[in-house]
Design a protein around this ligand. Structure first.
Ligand SMILES: [Fe+2]
Ligand SMILES: [Fe+2]
Length: 336
């Protein structure tokens, strides 16, 4: 083949290749291997209160870890109840004994591409003057590349290049290990790199310590059909990821995405739904009651309060003012 023809062919192939790469959706372009040793275990400093965060080192009956969870405030949606969100933050902030951290599990905004909704989130989260807020991203936050704004507004020093290491991350508070999974609609961001990372992290945690899984999308949950798809017992997350959590005897999982409170259990893991941070609540009767469900509550905003002792956790579902709705004492995973 003559040289000019070869050059033309090469240029044509490069042109096609570049067009395909450019056209890939955002999460593929962020598909970089996770270096769990180098970065995922570094201390975590939340945006809202880095100067107040005290790393936790101990866990005894006299010195338990206390953490709060809630999800789905949906700032910017006219029907959202931002006063309920603020009341929950005040309740967590003023609680005695104090909470060590407050995990907010996504759908922080209604539309993640709208700058003003992230400004509201910063403003409202700044009410938490004593308890650091640790945010995860939800499917609404990620709309139209909203993740760049999620990182910009809520994660200090984060960049798009390093976003995967922020979205899939292990946070150690003494012997209680939190693992953030970037599950939004479901397992769309799951892949071989994070599967290997998750297995390695879970395998490295001593059996007598605690593993608490955090994600926006739930695993086991009651619910109904939305847009014709089952919004309950998630077909992807329960098939692809829950078996790994159960294999390594994770203790608790917290998620939102469904806007109610629920405790379920499957193969030794307790799965908790706590999507009641101010978004529109699920009130209609569930079309599907999960066979894994132990308890649920609809129509009430609130949060979940967890105190972790050496071999059991006290889980209290609370309303916006901090009043207890339901309490459970949950043992560490019996498979350990
Ligand atoms: Fe939501
Ligand atoms: Fe969601």
């Amino acid at each position: 083949m003559r040289m000019p023809v070869k050059i033309c062919l090469f240029c044509l192939i490069m042109l096609i290749f570049c067009s395909v790469v450019w056209a890939l959706p955002d999460y593929y372009t962020l598909w970089v291997p996770v270096d769990s040793v180098a970065e995922s275990r570094s201390p975590y400093w939340p945006a809202a209160s880095s100067d107040r965060y005290e790393p936790y080192t101990d866990l005894t009956w006299d010195h338990p870890l206390r953490v709060a969870f809630s999800s789905d405030p949906h700032f910017g949606r006219p029907e959202s109840n931002t006063e309920a969100t603020k009341a929950i933050i005040r309740s967590v902030n003023e609680a005695v004994p104090a909470f060590h951290a407050f995990f907010v599990l996504g759908d922080i905004t209604e539309y993640g591409f709208v700058e003003a909704q992230w400004q509201i989130s910063r403003e409202v989260f700044s009410l938490s003057t004593k308890v650091p807020i640790i945010p995860l991203m939800g499917n609404h936050d990620d709309l139209m590349n909203g993740r760049s704004k999620f990182l910009q507004y809520l994660i200090p020093n984060a960049t798009m290049e390093k976003s995967r290491k922020v979205l899939w991350q292990r946070i150690d508070l003494g012997p209680v290990h939190f693992i953030k999974l970037n599950l939004m609609w479901g397992a769309e961001d799951w892949g071989p790199d994070v599967e290997a990372w998750l297995e390695a992290e879970l395998a490295s945690i001593p059996r007598d310590e605690w593993v608490i899984i955090l994600s926006h999308c739930f695993f086991y949950s009651s619910g109904s059909y939305k847009y014709g798809v089952p919004w309950f017992d998630h077909p992807e997350t329960t098939a692809l990821i829950a078996p790994i959590l159960e294999k390594y005897a994770a203790d608790l999982s917290f998620a939102g995405h469904n806007h109610h409170m629920e405790l379920t259990t499957h193969n030794g893991v307790f799965y908790i739904v706590t999507g009641t941070f101010g978004g529109v609540l699920s009130e209609a009767p569930f079309e599907h009651h999960s066979p894994t469900s132990l308890w649920y509550q609809k129509g009430t905003h609130g949060y979940t309060d967890v105190t972790v002792y050496p071999d059991q956790a006290i889980v209290v579902f609370r309303d916006t003012e901090g009043r207890a709705i339901k309490r459970f004492i949950l043992p560490q995973n019996q498979a350990r």
